[in-house]
Design a protein around this ligand. Structure first.
Ligand code: 5GP
Ligand code: MG
Length: 198
């Protein structure tokens, strides 16, 4: 285990098993439908790569990136640095894939934008769900794991851009979080300062 990780929440084997089950359920729902998979960068990248290899149907990939002004581990104002064009979404059956449903604001905004663009159907899939943190009414159609109000890293999820490459999901040691994104004791970016959040 990485020295900055306090404990593992989900092992590599547990994740593989859960993602395989998700793939089966999504496949059973969509059947032969030509899917448009809209992945939310960067956090979904590892999950996406594993999930789409469990989906046998014909699919295309699109990407969106949401950024927010946030203070370390809490979400703030949301904006999109890129998003597919309307032409890529109109009339499509869209499956939005994100790493985690936290406040639900990112997913709710992306669902609304897909619907506004004239998607024929919009479904959602997340690896992790933190229902205790929800601020808007939002539930994912498919999710692998429910977790408590914990900040987690690994398997695509980052802290200050790091730890995405860990093959498991875990919690950081408290002193790593307390040391802040720069690792030098600046606890968090000041409100309004943009911190990469994806
Ligand atoms: P929401 O809009 O649902 O509050 O935020 C979703 C985004 O916040 C996720 O896509 C993810 O990038 C980030 N996020 C929320 N909770 C966590 C967490 O526990 N760990 C990490 N690394 N990112 C998180
Ligand atoms: Mg994200």
């Amino acid at each position: 285990m990485h020295q900055d990780i306090e404990r593992t929440l989900f092992s590599e084997a547990e994740i593989a098993h859960a993602v395989s089950g998700l793939g089966d359920r999504i496949d059973a729902h969509f059947g032969a439908t030509q899917l448009c998979v809209l992945a939310v960068l960067k956090g979904s990248c590892v999950f996406l790569a594993d999930l789409i290899r469990r989906l046998p149907q014909s699919l295309e990939l699109q990407f969106a990136q949401a950024s927010s002004y946030r203070d370390g581990t809490h979400s703030g104002e949301l904006e999109f640095s890129f998003f597919p064009s309307e032409a890529d979404l109109v009339g499509r059956d869209i499956l939005i894939v994100d790493d985690i449903l936290d406040t639900g604001r990112t997913m709710a905004r992306i669902v609304a934008r897909c619907e506004d663009a004239g998607a024929s159907s919009v479904r959602t899939c997340v690896l992790l769900d933190k229902p205790a943190r929800r601020q808007v009414e939002m539930d994912a159609d498919w999710k692998a794991f429910k977790i408590e109000d914990l900040f987690v890293v690994g398997y695509g999820l980052d802290f200050a851009g790091r730890y995405r490459n860990l093959p498991y999901i875990g919690c950081l040691r408290a002193e790593i979080v307390a040391a802040g994104p720069d690792g030098h004791g600046t606890p968090h970016a000041s409100p309004g300062e943009e911190t990469a959040h994806a």
